[in-house]
Ligand binder design. Structure first.
Ligand code: SAM
Ligand code: FES
Length: 355
């Protein structure tokens, strides 16, 4: 596409904080590499204005690979009999946080499948113990769909943030990705409850999930505008060999990067991770994500002996290393592109230092 027209579109999106379906399609399908670089440069400039050249770190603790759900895309879905399952004990979770804190982490993300063997009381007790041991750290939960009462209890116990990708805002597409027991409506209800309770909330999608159309992505952006998330997690869909989507194509890295850049233009101060899935799909995916406007990385703090069991998709990176090695590797990677790791909790700019 003609350079000056392309630049005008980018300028328009930036100025209005809005995008039309036509503009979205042009940006996601344009084949000119130099145009793409203009998009990334604009997104970088916006991120730099809000966050400088600092990257926030979140220490991810994948504490259980048991799940009662059966999402078609997910390697730890209930029906995958080949998945080897594990669940960390409370003390092991605490120990992950302790070693993370020694490495300088100021945010812990507790993620798992929907594992009913952890009761609300268990989650609240773990949250309280983490916050007692590390009062200067933020605690993020990512444990799926729960009742409003459960979310309220976790919040009172000390959880500050919650990640729950909406996966897709389109009901038909949602039904293509999930069994009937799960609904788009309940997923959205959860996100609105979380936001109303006071959490810093993250939603998000997989790019290139089976059946996803350009219109779906536009609907996702509209949903995000209504929700007003503090964080948006997007990464390419990557097939897992033991799921119904084993033979589906992987999501495009280039479209993921462009969408990251568009989200940065539309939501200048949103927290935007360069995800592990992006790093798996492309050896330099996380660096490229930051150069397209992302400002968060989520290295793994789970014990190395269980990491390869939390396999959401094939080929997942960083399943062998110790946390300390991962940090050194990431540090080198981001310094090589002119960025540095922030020592702060990395709250959303609206919430600095508070819930
Ligand atoms: N159970 C929690 C939940 O539902 O939010 C957290 C765990 S869930 C595995 C975390 C995210 O992994 C999902 O929201 C999904 O977007 C992503 N994911 C799952 N399978 C994937 C795949 N095959 N490729 C890329 N991302 C995947
Ligand atoms: Fe439950 Fe993936 S199906 S975490």
């Amino acid at each position: 596409m003609d350079r000056s027209l392309y630049e005008k579109i980018i300028g328009d999106i930036r100025r209005k904080g809005d995008i039309t379906p036509e503009q979205l399609e042009i940006i996601l399908t344009d084949e000119d590499g130099e145009n793409e670089e203009i998009l990334f440069e604009n997104a970088r400039r916006v991120a730099e204005t809000v966050f400088g050249r600092e990257i926030y770190l979140r220490g991810l603790i994948e504490f259980s690979s048991f799940c009662k759900n059966d999402c078609y895309y997910c390697g730890i879905r209930r029906s995958n009999k080949n998945a080897s399952r594990y669940r960390l004990r409370e003390d092991e979770i605490l120990a992950c946080c302790d070693s993370g804190a020694r490495l300088g982490f100021k945010t812990f993300v507790l993620q798992s499948g929907e594992d009913p063997s952890f009761s609300d009381e268990d989650i609240c007790r773990i949250a309280r113990r983490i916050k007692e041991a590390h009062p200067d750290c933020a605690l993020t939960l990512s444990i799926g769909e729960k009742s409003r009462e459960s979310y309220e209890a976790y919040y009172k116990a000390g959880a500050d943030r919650y990640l729950l990708r909406h996966e897709t805002a389109n009901e038909g597409h949602y039904a293509r990705l999930h069994p009937d027991s799960l609904s788009c409506k309940n997923r959205r209800r959860c996100l609105y409850d979380l936001r109303d309770i006071g959490y810093q909330v993250g939603c998000g999608i997989m790019v290139g999930s089976p059946g996803q159309t350009m219109d779906n992505i536009y609907e996702d952006i509209e949903f995000m505008r209504r929700l007003g998330p503090h964080m948006i997690g997007i990464g390419p869909f990557i097939p897992h060999r033991d799921t119904p989507f084993a033979d589906e194509a992987m999501g495009s890295v280039s479209i993921t990067l462009r969408l990251l850049a568009i989200l940065r233009l539309l939501f200048p101060d949103v927290l935007l991770p360069a995800t592990t899935a992006l790093g798996t799909a492309d050896g330099r995916g996380r660096e490229k994500g930051i150069l397209a406007g992302a400002n968060v990385l989520m290295p793994n703090l789970s014990p190395p002996d269980v990491r390869s069991k939390y396999l959401l998709y094939d080929g997942k990176i960083c399943t062998g290393e110790e946390a300390a090695e991962c940090i050194r590797c990431l540090e080198k990677r981001i310094e090589s592109i002119g960025y540095r790791i922030s020592g702060s909790r990395g709250d959303h700019p609206d919430r600095s230092g508070n819930k």
